[in-house]
Design a protein around this ligand. Structure first.
Ligand SMILES: [Zn+2]
Ligand SMILES: [Zn+2]
Length: 349
């Protein structure tokens, strides 16, 4: 089979490898039908995630069908259409029961190298999925591959960001960064009780998609004074909840001026190095900052898939183009170079 392998900084290629085989009775082999590229792949490619030995397969988001099935897998059968979670844990050991997945013996993240479980990549024709009953979700009839592909990472991360910003009913949510995660955050906000959604970015194409996905107001930070507009839109209060899906110096500096008193900020972007925060300004407003990534537990993923099936969520608008897997190297280059108009590519086989 073919998979995308990262050999060093900015050095990646499609390589041929043996098809993965079942290694444990709770494993499944998934034949991938769609995959995509994530901002965290770029961090790996640029060598920003330290101490990962090179030569590992990339990708942690995919959907497909069950090609081989371990004898102890209960909830799935051969041929089922499934969405794969980016992260693996058994959900049965003491660590998992205490919500400390990262100390679970089975813990790993697909396509993230030796230090994170040494699993295969999702940018591949086939992938071995450990702890399949917890790692997979059945895709309901009527939900497309593109829709289901968002659930494990983008939609879960966006949802978690909004949730950890602890929005109360009627709150105003401000989202920095209208990339895939920011778009999914604002898209899921109404379902979590948010009354007003403001999206901030510097790229107008992205802000157009933000409007289509549920933003009430969009602000182009390269053209407008963000704090001024936010205060105007909130009767001078500022936003009670903020999701930072950009994670750059200019957004860190913008937090305090746009935040309401006692606001909560979810920082879900992965910064590309150590950051400086204007702590005193945040302190004056009693602001709480939460940092983290998705909480992609099975219950949540299944709920999101049901919400897509019901028509409450339509996250596939984040995919701005479809490319064939054989062109994934070009796709990744364009993603790294931030090709104009590209938000997220849907990669099909
Ligand atoms: Zn990701
Ligand atoms: Zn466990």
């Amino acid at each position: 089979m073919w998979h995308l392998v990262l050999e060093g900084i900015n050095n990646f290629a499609l390589k041929e490898a043996p098809e993965p085989t079942l290694q444990s009775p709770t494993d499944v082999i998934v034949k991938v039908s769609a995959t995509t590229i994530c901002g965290s792949d770029v961090h790996f490619v640029l060598g920003e995630i330290e101490e990962t030995p090179w030569g590992f397969p990339l990708g942690h988001e995919c959907v497909g069908t069950i090609h081989q099935l371990g004898p102890d897998v209960r909830g799935f059968k051969l041929g089922d259409r499934v969405a794969v979670s980016p992260g693996v844990w058994c959900n049965q050991c003491d660590a998992c029961r205490g919500y400390k997945y990262q100390t679970c013996e089975s813990f790993g993240i697909f396509g993230s190298g030796k230090n994170l479980g040494d699993l295969g990549g999702a940018q591949a024709e086939f992938v071995r999925v450990p702890c399949a009953d917890n790692t997979l979700s059945l895709i309901p009839d009527g939900v497309s591959d593109a829709q289901a592909l968002t659930v494990g990472d983008m939609l879960c991360t966006g949802w978690t960001g909004v949730e950890r910003a602890a929005v109360g009913p009627g709150a105003t949510l401000l989202v920095f960064g209208a990339g895939p995660v920011g778009l999914c955050a604002l898209h899921s906000a109404r379902l979590q009780g948010v009354a007003k959604v403001i999206a901030v970015d510097v790229i107008s194409d992205r802000l157009e998609v933000a409007k289509a996905m549920g933003a009430d107001h969009v602000i182009n930070a390269s053209l407008e004074d963000v704090a001024e507009v936010v205060l105007e839109l909130t009767d001078g209060r500022g936003a009670e909840a903020i999701v930072d899906a950009a994670g750059v110096k200019s957004t860190f500096n913008a937090w305090a001026p746009v935040a309401a008193l006692n606001a909560r900020i979810s920082m879900v972007a992965i910064p590309s190095g150590p950051v400086e925060l204007p702590l005193a300004q945040l302190q004056m407003k009693g602001i709480t900052v939460w940092t983290g990534l998705a909480d992609p537990n099975r219950t949540r993923r299944d709920f999101l898939l049901q919400s897509i099936r019901d028509g409450t969520l339509e996250p596939s608008l984040i995919f701005t183009e479809t490319i064939s897997f054989k062109n994934i190297v070009t796709g990744l280059q364009e993603f790294i170079e931030r090709k104009p108009g590209l938000i997220k590519p849907l990669i099909v086989f």
